[in-house]
Design a protein around this ligand. Structure first.
Ligand code: A3P
Length: 290
């Protein structure tokens, strides 16, 4: 009986102090030598913090009116390509200006050209508990990720930073620190977007110097709600060849507080204890509840 060959999962290894797989380091030299343009917009996140959501918002803000066909024919992960995965040549062929690019790099890995060119950078942070849960479900489904093991095992590994892109704690703290001295970094929170999408879009627009009409703003705010994006084949990753979501979906729940359905009481205590030690900056507060 012939069997379908399952793709083997990649190994996690330490790369300059950050846990990575080869997918994100194979192109290292090319990526580091990437030539940014001053009008490039970089979306930076820890994985599962709302990358796709903010990518879609930005794509609509910039191209929703000028290229409507883009919205119905090009999946979001092609409209907003992944810096670590792509050869610079591919980005150079992107037809649009500004070019929207996403990355999961911790701040110290961002190619220096983005800073030299004063590019606008949008960072999205999501509270660690929900981020962990979302990442666990994603890693369980996505064969391009290392095997997450069971929930309890994953819980420990996440706290140790032994997941792709390394420590969540270092990531959000590193970017937060950078934002204090870089007016080109706009730091947003997933929870704020859930609470009031329109307000967060307004803040984004004033950061980017955009002024959509009231109609346009309403259209975008409505179009990027979870249920809309879940149904939209151009934003729900259903067309992605490298991901096979037979057991779940990319647009999973889209809520704040789903961690309560996963964390045991003992895990929650252990987590909070550890969190206090790693998150010493009182100015960086993430909400685990709304
Ligand atoms: P859940 O797994 O908690 O549902 P990323 O794009 O960085 O990979 O993040 C994916 C997470 O963002 C998933 O979280 C996904 O459901 C959520 N998400 C995507 N679009 C969303 C939206 N419009 N509203 C709320 N959450 C959204």
């Amino acid at each position: 009986e012939p069997r379908m060959e399952l793709p083997s999962r990649p190994e996690l290894f330490d790369f300059r102090g950050v846990s990575m797989t080869h997918f994100f380091t194979d192109n290292w030299e090319n990526v580091q030598n990437f030539k940014a343009r001053p009008d490039d917009v970089l979306i930076a996140t820890y994985p599962k913090a709302g990358t796709t959501w903010v990518s879609y918002i930005l794509d609509l803000l910039y191209f929703g009116q000028t290229s409507p066909e883009r919205q119905t024919s090009v999946p979001i992960y092609e409209r907003v390509p992944f810096l670590e995965l792509i050869v610079p040549k591919f980005v150079e062929r992107l037809p649009t200006s500004p070019r929207l690019i996403k990355t999961h790099f911790p701040v110290q890995f961002v190619p220096k050209s983005f800073w030299e060119q004063n590019c606008k950078i949008i960072y999205v942070a999501r509270n660690a508990k929900d981020n962990m849960v979302s990442y666990f479900h994603f890693d369980s489904m996505a064969m391009i990720e290392p095997d997450p093991g069971d929930w309890n095992n994953y819980f420990q590994r996440f706290m140790q930073g032994k997941v792709v892109t390394g420590s969540w704690y270092d990531h959000v703290n590193g970017w937060w620190k950078k934002k204090q001295t870089s007016p080109n970094v706009h730091y947003m929170f997933y929870e704020d977007l859930v609470e009031d999408t329109g307000r967060e879009i307004d803040k984004l627009c004033s950061f980017l110097g955009l002024s959509p009409s009231e109609d346009e703003r309403k259209r975008i705010t409505g179009g990027v709600q979870f249920d809309k994006m879940k149904k939209n084949n151009m934003t729900n990753y259903s067309t992605h060849a490298r991901m096979d979501f037979k057991t779940g979906s990319f647009m999973r729940k889209g809520r704040v507080g789903d961690w309560k359905n996963h964390f045991t009481v003992a895990q929650n205590e252990e987590f909070d204890e550890d969190y206090k030690k790693k998150m010493k900056d009182p100015t960086l507060q993430l909400r685990t509840d709304l």
